[in-house]
Design a protein around this ligand. Structure first.
Ligand code: SF4
Ligand code: SF4
Ligand code: SF4
Length: 327
C-alpha cells in the first residue's frame, strides 16, 4: 500500500517535472537566456533522476533503457551524458560542493587526457569483459551464447546500465542490504561488484573503495568517471558512423571570425574537450562532447558558439562581458 502510494507520487512528480522542464526550455529559449542554462540542466537532471527512480519501482525492463539511450544518441549526440545520467549528476553535485567550498579543480595533463581518449575503446572493452575473468562465472558453456549474454551471470548490459543506478533503490540486495522498508542504499556499479566478486569480507571493502575513489577523484577532476565509463564510450560510438554524416542533429557550431581564442570554452569543459577551442568554425562533432552546453553558456562573444538542432539555433553565446548583456 505504502509502496504503491510512494510509486504513484513519484510518477506524478516525474510527469509534473517533465512538463515544467519543457516550459523552462521554451522560456529560456524564447528569452535567449543562455547564461541560465546551468539552472535548466540542474532541473532536468533532478527530474530525470526522479523519473529513473520511478522506472526502478515499476521494475521496467531496464535493458530497453540502453536501447533508448543509444537511439537518442544518434539524434542528439551525448545529450544523455550531459543532461540526464544520474551518475553524471552526482559528479556535478560533488563539483558544486567543491566550488562552494572555494576549492579549485585540477585538470588532467593534456597528454594524459589525450592518451585516455585514444584508449577509451580498450578501457570500455576491459571493464565490460572483466567479469569473464573474475572467476565468478557459473554458466554452463553448453547452454550457448544467448544464455551467456542475456540470462547468464555475465551480463554486460547490467554494467552499461550501472550509471543509471539511483542512490536509493526500491529493492533489497544492494550494498549489504543497508536500507529501510524493502529499499536499499546503492551506488553505480555496486551491484556489479556484488555480483561478480563474491568473496566474503572483500566484496564490501571493494565497493567502499570504489565509492571513495570515485568521490575523491570527482572532487579533484570534474566528471572523472566519464573518461572511463563504458556506457559513455559505447554510446559515443553511435556518433562515429560515417554513413550517417548528418547525425547527430544536435551539435555545437562555432563562428570562427567571432572567436578571440580566449580559451574559456576549453577551461569550462568538464571533460576537457579541446575541439571547440581548436577547430576552425563549423559544426563540432567530436564524440567526446557531452552536449552539456557549458561552453555555449560561458563563451563571452555574441553568437560565437551556438547549440544547433537540425541547423536551427536553439541557444547561442551572449556577450556577457558588457554589463548591459550580463543578465
Ligand atoms: S560517461 Fe557514463 S557516467 Fe558519464 S554521464 Fe555518460 S553515462 Fe553517465
Ligand atoms: S570561449 Fe568562445 S571566444 Fe573564447 S576561445 Fe572559446 S569559442 Fe573562442
Ligand atoms: S565541448 Fe562544450 S558542450 Fe561539449 S562537453 Fe565540453 S563544455 Fe560541454
Amino acid at each position: 500500500m505504502y509502496e504503491s502510494l510512494a510509486g504513484a507520487l513519484l510518477g506524478a512528480t516525474a510527469a509534473l517535472g517533465l512538463a515544467l522542464a519543457g516550459i523552462l526550455v521554451i522560456l529560456i529559449w524564447k528569452k535567449d537566456r543562455t547564461r541560465k542554462l546551468s539552472y535548466l540542466r540542474f532541473f532536468i537532471q533532478v527530474v530525470s533522476l526522479v523519473g529513473i527512480f520511478y522506472s526502478f519501482t515499476l521494475a521496467l525492463w531496464l535493458s530497453a533503457f540502453f536501447l533508448v539511450i543509444f537511439a537518442v544518441t544518434f539524434f542528439s549526440g551525448r545529450f544523455f551524458c550531459g543532461w540526464i545520467c544520474p551518475f553524471g549528476f552526482y559528479m556535478d553535485i560533488v563539483a558544486l560542493v567543491r566550488q562552494k567550498l572555494g576549492i579549485r579543480y585540477f585538470s588532467l595533463p593534456e597528454k594524459v587526457n589525450n592518451s585516455l581518449n585514444k584508449l577509451r575503446y580498450v578501457i570500455a572493452a576491459v571493464i565490460l569483459t572483466a567479469p569473464l575473468f573474475l572467476g565468478a562465472l557459473t554458466i554452463n558453456p553448453a547452454s550457448g551464447i544467448q544464455a551467456l549474454f542475456l540470462r547468464g551471470p555475465f551480463r554486460p548490459i547490467d554494467i552499461l546500465l550501472s550509471p543509471l543506478e539511483p542512490l536509493i533503490v526500491p529493492f533489497t540486495g544492494s550494498i549489504a542490504n543497508l536500507g529501510f522498508n524493502g529499499w536499499s542504499i546503492s551506488y553505480p556499479y555496486a551491484r556489479d561488484i556484488l555480483t561478480y566478486i563474491s568473496v566474503p569480507n572483500v566484496t564490501l571493502i571493494l565497493i567502499y573503495v570504489f565509492i571513495a575513489l570515485t568521490l575523491i577523484s570527482t572532487f579533484m577532476f570534474r566528471r572523472f568517471w566519464c573518461r572511463f565509463c563504458p556506457t559513455g564510450i559505447s554510446i559515443a560510438a553511435a556518433n562515429r558512423f560515417k554513413a550517417l554524416k548528418w547525425m547527430p542533429l544536435l551539435h555545437i557550431n562555432k563562428e570562427e571570425e567571432k572567436c578571440t581564442k580566449c580559451g574559456i570554452c576549453k577551461r569550462v569543459c568538464p571533460v576537457q574537450v579541446t575541439d571547440v577551442y581548436e577547430q576552425k568554425g563549423g559544426n563540432i562533432k567530436t564524440s567526446l562532447c557531452l552536449n552539456c552546453m557549458r561552453c555555449v553558456e560561458m563563451c563571452p562573444y555574441e553568437g560565437c558558439l551556438k547549440m544547433n538542432l537540425a541547423n536551427k539555433t536553439v541557444f547561442k553565446s551572449r556577450n556577457w562581458l558588457e554589463p548591459s548583456n550580463s543578465e
